[in-house]
Design a protein around this ligand. Structure first.
Ligand code: PFF
Length: 442
C-alpha cells in the first residue's frame, strides 16, 4: 500500500505542531503550573523539553521515517522477532487513556463556544464552570460532539484533513493569544500574576512537581507513544528532521508560555487562586472576556481556536490507533475510525461522569478523570519514552539514526554527539531517577 506523505517541510511542521499544540498547552500547562509553584515549575519544564523532549522527538521521527510505518510495525520491521513492538502496543493503550479525558475537555471547549456566541458567560465563571461540568448530560453531549468532529477529520485522510486545518489555524491561535496576553498584563493587579509566572520560588518545588513537569513535557510534545513515529513515517527522505523538531518544540513551548502570560495576570486581577485546578482557563479567561471591549467576539474566537487546536491533537491520537487498525488488522479506514471512536467514548463518558453525577467513580483516591490524566502523562508516556530512548540509543544501529538525522547526508547536524549522549545516558537516567524517587516518596 502506498503511504500518504506530507507535502514538504511545512507540512510536517504544521501537522506535528498541530498534534503538539492543543489542550496540553492552554488548559493543562497553566493549571499544573498554578498548582506547582509557578516559575520554578516552568524552569523544570523547560529543562525537560530541551534535554528529554527534543532528543526523544528526534528519535521518534528517525524510527518512523526509517521504518515507513506505524509505531507497532516500525519496531517489527527494524527489530524482527524482538519484543520492542510492545512500545507500539503501549502507545495504543496510552492513546485510549488520553483520548478519554481529552475528549471530555474538548467537549468543554465546544460548550464555551456556544456560551460565548449566546452571550451566556456569567458574572461568576467559577460557579458556571462547576455547574456545567457536574451537569448530568451536557458534558457527555459535548464530548460526543467533539469525538464526532475528530472522527470526521480522520476519515478524510492524512493530508487533506490534518495538514490543511493546521496550516492556517495554528498561526491564528498564536496571534489571538498575543492579543489576550496584552490585555491580561494591562489589567489592574496583573503584576502579581506575572511575578508568579516569572519569579521562581523553589521552596514550592517538590519531587512530585518534577514528575509532573516531565510528564507535561511528554504530553505537550506528543511523545512516548509512537505518535511522532507514525508522523515521521509520512516525512519524505530529503526533509530535514532536526530543524523541524526544533521548530515544533519551540512553537509548542511558546504557546504554553503565552497561555501562562494570558492566564495568571488575569487570575491575579480577578482574585482567582492560581491553583484552582483543571477549570483554571475556563474560569479566568471568561472573566477577562467579560471586561473586554468586544469580549464576546474574542471569547468566541478563542474557544473556536482552542477547540480546533484540541481537534488537531485528538486526530493525531486517533491516527495512532487508526493506522494500526488499517495496516495491521486490514480494516477499512472509515470503519476503523468509527470503531475506535466508539471504544473511546465508553471510558470517555466515565471521565466526564466522574466529575459530576457519579463522584463515587474513584480509584486510588482519584476521580476516573484525574486517574486517566495522571497515569497517561506521568506513567505511560515516560515509560514509552524510556524504552524509545534505549531503543534509539542502544539497539538501532548508530549509522541508521545518523542517516535519518542528516537526511541521508544532505543536511548537516552539528549536535550529533550531544544527541547521542542525551538519548543514551541522560534521557533514560533522568526518567528512571524521577520515577524511582517518586516510588520512594510514596
Ligand atoms: N500534545 C497534545 C496537547 O498538548 O494537547 C496532546 C497529545 C497529542 C498527547 C498526541 C500525546 C499525543 F500522542
Amino acid at each position: 500500500m502506498k503511504r500518504d506523505s506530507f507535502s514538504g517541510r511545512f507540512g510536517i511542521i504544521a501537522a506535528a505542531a498541530g498534534s503538539a499544540i492543543g489542550l496540553g498547552n492552554i488548559w493543562r500547562f497553566p493549571y499544573l503550573c498554578g498548582q506547582n509553584g509557578g516559575a520554578a515549575f516552568v524552569l523544570v519544564y523547560l529543562f525537560c523539553i530541551i534535554l528529554i523532549g527534543l532528543p526523544i522527538m528526534l528519535a521518534e521521527f528517525s524510527i518512523g521515517r526509517r521504518a515507513q510505518s506505524n509505531a507497532y510495525r516500525a519496531f517489527r520491521i527494524l527489530s524482527p522477532g524482538r519484543p520492542w513492538y510492545l512500545i507500539g502496543v503501549l502507545g495504543i493503550v496510552a492513546a485510549f487513556a488520553i483520548l478519554s479525558f481529552y475528549s471530555a475537555v474538548g467537549g468543554w471547549t465546544i460548550e464555551y463556544i456556544f456560551r460565548s456566541i449566546s452571550g451566556g458567560i456569567s458574572s461568576n465563571p467559577t460557579e458556571q464552570f462547576e455547574s456545567f461540568t457536574t451537569d448530568s448530560y451536557l458534558p457527555l453531549l459535548h464530548q460526543f460532539l467533539f469525538l464526532a468532529l475528530s472522527l470526521g477529520i480522520v476519515m478524510i485522510g492524512v493530508k487533506k484533513g490534518i495538514e490543511r486545518s493546521s496550516k492556517i489555524l495554528m498561526p491564528l491561535l498564536l496571534v489571538l493569544l498575543i492579543v489576550l496576553c496584552i490585555r491580561a498584563v494591562t489589567l489592574p493587579g496583573a503584576s502579581e500574576g506575572l511575578k508568579f509566572l516569572l519569579k521562581p520560588d523553589f521552596s514550592k518545588l517538590t519531587g512530585d512537581s518534577i514528575l509532573l513537569a516531565m510528564g507535561q513535557a511528554f504530553f505537550s510534545l506528543s511523545l512516548g507513544m509512537g505518535c511522532l513515529i507514525t508522523y515521521g513515517s509520512y516525512v519524505r527522505r530529503n526533509e530535514d528532521l532536526t530543524s523541524a523538531a526544533g521548530m515544533i518544540a519551540g512553537a509548542d513551548t511558546l504557546i504554553a508560555l503565552l497561555a501562562g502570560v494570558a492566564i495568571f495576570p488575569a487570575a491575579a486581577a480577578f482574585h482567582i487562586e492560581p491553583d484552582s485546578g483543571p477549570g483554571l482557563v475556563f474560569i479566568t479567561l471568561p472573566g477577562m472576556f467579560r471586561q473586554m471591549a468586544g469580549g464576546m467576539i474574542f471569547s468566541t474566537f478563542f474557544f473556536i481556536l482552542l477547540c480546533i487546536a484540541a481537534l488537531t491533537s485528538a486526530i493525531s491520537l486517533l491516527e495512532v490507533v487508526v493506522s494500526f487498525c488499517v495496516e495491521e488488522m486490514h480494516l477499512r479506514r472509515g470503519r476503523a475510525t468509527a470503531l475506535v471512536a466508539v471504544c473511546v467514548f465508553l471510558p470517555g463518558a466515565l471521565c466526564s461522569l466522574s466529575l459530576g453525577i457519579v463522584p463515587g467513580l474513584q480509584l486510588f483516591g482519584k476521580s476516573f478523570f484525574d486517574l486517566m490524566d495522571f497515569t497517561s502523562s506521568n506513567l505511560l508516556l515516560p515509560v514509552g519514552g524510556f524504552f524509545i530512548s534505549i531503543y534509539a540509543g542502544w539497539i538501532l544501529k548508530k549509522h541508521i539514526t545518523v542517516r535519518e538525522l542528516t537526511s541521508y547526508g544532505a543536511k548537516k547536524f552539528s549536535c550529533l554527539r550531544v544527541f547521542f549522549f542525551l538519548i543514551r545516558y541522560l534521557v533514560p537516567a533522568a526518567i528512571l531517577v524521577v520515577f524511582i524517587s517518586g516510588l520512594i516518596r510514596n
